[in-house]
Design a protein around this ligand. Structure first.
Ligand SMILES: [Zn+2]
Length: 156
């Protein structure tokens, strides 16, 4: 079993994108204040607090370009927040239902390793098993219903 490290968006790149005001899809970033609900933030892997200034932006969470490097919606703090405080999977995320989508060294989805994990199972355990496979480069946690990017898991 390999040791894993968890990350959200590339934080250095996110700071640069926030500074330009234009997301990966070419859209203007439009911050708003959410008064009621917590949004899953991909900058720091927390949930928003009432009153936080946040934005829904188009993002491509890949270290390379190519046909499989799609761009999709993520929610972030609209101002730099410092990013995650740990490289471990946050406890509240570990118990969530999630689609785990692995990518191979060929920069394609490793479809034969995709897992749909129900809420009562440990995502960390599944991620360790998947990253022990030689043909898996890294794994994305994706929202089970919408497919939205949640986090990236890599070997240490
Ligand atoms: Zn944040």
């Amino acid at each position: 079993m390999s040791t894993i490290t968890i990350s959200g968006l590339d934080y250095t790149e996110l700071e640069a994108v926030l500074a330009t005001g234009i997301d990966h899809g070419g859209n203007p970033i439009e911050p708003f204040i959410e008064a009621d609900r917590g949004w899953p933030l991909r900058c720091c892997l927390t949930e928003s607090e009432p009153g936080d200034e946040i934005a829904i932006i188009a993002w491509s969470p890949f270290p390379w370009k190519g046909a499989y490097a799609e761009t999709g919606p993520v929610v972030v703090h609209a101002q730099p927040c410092g990013g995650p405080t740990s490289s471990d999977l946050p406890t509240d995320l570990d118990q969530r239902s999630m689609t785990l989508r692995p990518y191979g060294h060929d920069q394609r989805i490793a479809y034969h390793h995709v897992r749909h994990v129900p809420a009562e199972e440990s995502l960390s355990d599944h991620l360790r098993e998947m990253l022990a496979e030689d043909d898996v480069d890294f794994v994305h946690g994706r929202n089970t219903t919408g497919g939205c990017f949640s986090f990236s898991a890599n070997r240490c």
